[in-house]
Design a protein. Structure first.
Length: 257
C-alpha cells in the first residue's frame, strides 16, 4: 500500500533514492522495482533485517531491473551517514510526526539531496488524526508515538524554510480513516472486537484485489477524510534566498535596459 503517488513523483531508472524511516520497506521496494539505487534507512534493527531479506528475495526472483541496487541499513535521521548531495530522491513517509526535531530532519534531508532533486513527505492528515487523538490517549501517548499533528500549511511552511520548493499535494488512504477511528473507539490493542475485525478484512481484501468500486470510492473520499497528507517538493539549484535575489536582479536589469 503506497502513500506516495509515483505518477506525481517521477522516478527514473538509475536514480539514487533514500527511503528515510523506511519501516517495513513498502516505498523502498517500489523504487527498487522501478530500477533505482535504493538505500532504505531506519533506526529499527528488526525492520531493517526484514527489509534486507526482502531485497534479496526480490533480486533472486528477478523483480528488480538489471543495474538497480538496494541496501538496508540502520541509521539516525538527524545524523545521516551520507555526504552532501548524495541522492536524487528522498522519501520520508509517516515519520516526521514521531520526531521532536522535525526541522533538523528536514535540514538533513535537504543536505543529502542533490540540487534539482525531489522529496516526498507524508504525514497523518490533521482532521482524521485529531479524531484519533480525541477518541484514544493510547493511540498517541506511547513511546515512539505521534507527538504532533501537522496542518498542511504548517508542514509546507517548514519545507519552504528548509529550502525546498513544494510543487504538489494530495491526500491518501481515505478508507483507512474509519478503521483507525474504530480502533481508537474500541481500544487500539483490541483487534478482536467485531467491527474492527470486519473492517480489517475489508481493507485486506481491498489491498489484495484492488476492485474498481473501492478505488473509485477512495478517490472520491480522499479530499474529505484521506488519512495521509502528501507533499512533493524540489530542491532548487540555488538556495531559495539566492534564487529570489537572482530573479530580482534579473528583473532590475530588464527594467534598467
Amino acid at each position: 500500500m503506497l502513500t506516495v503517488d509515483f505518477s506525481r513523483f517521477p522516478l527514473a531508472p538509475g536514480d539514487r533514492v533514500l527511503d528515510l524511516g523506511c519501516g517495513a520497506g513498502r516505498h523502498a521496494f517500489e523504487c527498487y522495482r522501478r530500477g533505482a539505487h535504493v538505500v532504505a534507512l531506519d533506526q529499527n534493527a528488526e525492520e531493517i533485517s526484514e527489509v534486507a531479506t526482502w531485497f534479496a528475495a526480490m533480486k533472486e526472483a528477478g523483480e528488480a531491473p538489471e543495474g538497480s541496487s538496494a541496501v538496508a541499513m540502520e541509521g539516525d535521521a538527524l545524523q545521516l551517514p551520507f555526504p552532501d548531495e548524495s541522492f536524487d530522491v528522498v522519501i520520508i513517509s509517516e515519520v516526521m510526526e514521531h520526531i521532536p526535531d522535525d526541522k533538523g530532519v528536514l535540514a538533513e534531508m535537504v543536505r543529502v539531496l542533490k540540487p534539482g532533486g525531489r522529496i516526498a513527505v507524508t504525514v497523518p492528515r490533521y482532521g482524521p488524526e485529531k479524531v484519533c487523538w480525541a477518541l484514544s490517549d493510547a493511540y498517541h501517548e506511547v513511546e515512539g508515538g505521534h507527538i504532533r499533528i501537522y496542518k498542511a500549511d504548517e508542514l509546507l511552511g517548514r519545507m519552504r524554510e528548509a529550502g525546498l520548493k513544494p510543487y504538489g499535494t494530495h491526500h491518501a488512504h481515505a478508507l483507512h480513516s474509519p478503521y483507525w477511528w474504530l480502533k481508537c473507539a474500541f481500544g487500539v490493542d483490541n483487534d478482536k472486537v467485531l467491527p474492527v475485525r470486519a473492517y480489517h478484512k475489508l481493507l485486506v481484501w481491498d489491498i489484495m484485489k484492488k476492485p474498481l468500486a473501492t478505488r473509485v470510492a477512495e478517490q472520491a473520499l480522499n479530499p474529505l477524510i484521506g488519512k495521509s497528507f502528501v507533499a512533493y517538493a524540489t530542491k532548487p539549484h540555488l538556495p531559495v534566498e539566492a534564487a529570489e535575489a537572482a530573479a530580482a536582479d534579473a528583473d532590475a536589469s530588464v527594467d534598467a535596459s
